[in-house]
Design a protein around this ligand. Structure first.
Ligand code: FES
Ligand code: FES
Length: 197
């Protein structure tokens, strides 16, 4: 049970994170990233720049990517929040996690949770037919473009890697997309169905 708000600057909120409800009192200026890391010990989401430029803090809100350092915790109430901790299923890694592991899609690993969350949504967005800035034929009837390395690089361009593990990251996303395509039922993040609807 969260303590009641102690000032006009606090609110008691309930966040739905990885399928679990967490009630806490936060200052209205608290970002979702700080609430996750500092209040709820969900430290998988990383703080890189804290200004929306690196993607290390990426989480999924109702299945869509969001940089949690620019999201106020109070504004995330009522949304389905998925962090990297919520992607595995009863100990079985999500296909994106497994592909990053198998293909060394990281070096220091600091950017990796954000890369993985972003890649999960990229695969969903691509399968739903969303074009990117490098998609040549954007007509709806053309369907999803092949998920080429160029498409993956563009769609993942909001996630920076200071170790420059980009070659392996692109390979891991391509491998995961193929796996998810073969087994779609195992790969949907919490809230993805509603987001795609
Ligand atoms: S820490 Fe949020 S985008 Fe860099
Ligand atoms: S693996 Fe080190 S920043 Fe990406």
């Amino acid at each position: 049970m969260a303590p009641p708000p102690s000032s006009a600057f606090d609110s008691s909120i309930t966040l739905n994170i990885n399928g679990d409800k967490h009630t806490l009192t936060v200052d209205h200026r608290t970002t979702l990233l700080d609430a996750l890391r500092e209040r709820l010990d969900l430290t998988g989401s990383k703080k890189g720049c804290d200004q929306g430029q690196c993607g290390a803090c990426t989480v999924l809100l109702d299945g869509r990517r969001a940089v949690s350092c620019l999201q106020l915790a109070v504004a995330a109430e009522g949304r389905a929040i998925t962090t990297v901790e919520g992607l595995s299923d009863e100990g079985q890694l999500h296909p994106v996690q497994q592909a990053f592991l198998d293909l060394d899609g990281y070096q220091c690993g600091y950017c990796t949770p954000g890369q993985i969350c972003s890649a999960v949504a990229v695969i969903e967005e691509h399968a739903a037919g969303w074009p990117s800035a490098v998609t040549e034929d954007v007509r709806p009837e053309a369907g999803p473009p092949p998920l080429s390395a160029e498409e993956i690089r563009e769609r993942m361009s909001g996630n920076l890697c200071r170790c420059s593990a980009y070659v392996s990251i692109v390979q891991a996303v391509a491998r995961a997309a193929a796996t998810v395509q073969a087994e779609p039922a195992t790969a949907a993040p919490a809230g993805a169905e509603e987001a795609a609807a």
